[in-house]
Design a protein around this ligand. Sequence first.
Ligand code: SF4
Length: 263
Amino acid sequence: MHNQTNVLLWRGQTTNTKTGNIPTAYVRRSHYDAGCVGCPHYGRPDTRPEEQRNKSGRRGISCYAHSGRVAQAARAMERKADREPIGYTVEGAMMSRVISARYARLTAIGDPTAAPREELEDALHVIRSHGLRAIVYTAQWWKRSNAWLQPFAMASVANDGAERRARSLGWRVARTIDADRFARSVRRHLGSLAQSIPIEGAPHLTACPAQVSTLTGTPAVTCNDCGLCSQDSSASVAFAEHGSHAGGRSWTRLVRAWQEARA
Ligand code: SF4
């Protein structure tokens, strides 16, 4: 299924310094809704009179993918993909990847479950057949129809209740936590390998090594080095809150928390 109707748009290379240069999929801008409904950062329907409504038709959206430059770039990518669909297939991404790529990210923007199961299964098969492993997160883990993704994906969760529920359903979790707690956990384990720092009060969660290395100024770790989130891993991972929902410039907040933890 590789035509203009594909929901996932693939690129073989990326300049993303956190993931490293690995094949990456993006959900078509026009298909965000299918994977975003139910996400706490997706806001609520905008019921104001039409002339006052946002373009998105929703209010209270706190996800970076729905506004500003990210949304514009996603629209531009979709237009290009419609003109030249062959350049945005998973096979094309595998062929144009750098030889050092070990993982493929699915997805950088939008929830992968916006794509039909058939398209996802096809992508996962192609990734594997090229010797790579998938890194997949979904905020739609609570839907029974997405349980089939468990061997490949992590459940994105943001609080204790959601984490408990996801784990009880059998998911590994990608958990966002408060910046202060993340910084304190790293501080407590300074000198440990960046790959193995447990979170204070939740030792089953490992602090994302890419965030740890950026925070501490140790040699950069990318997803392509790490792979804790990949389909072959059994780890659950913690991330310091990021994105506009974390309250302003969250990375600045994290750095401040780090400085305070070190003091
Ligand atoms: S834990 Fe590893 S694979 Fe997951 S986001 Fe962090 S660096 Fe990437």
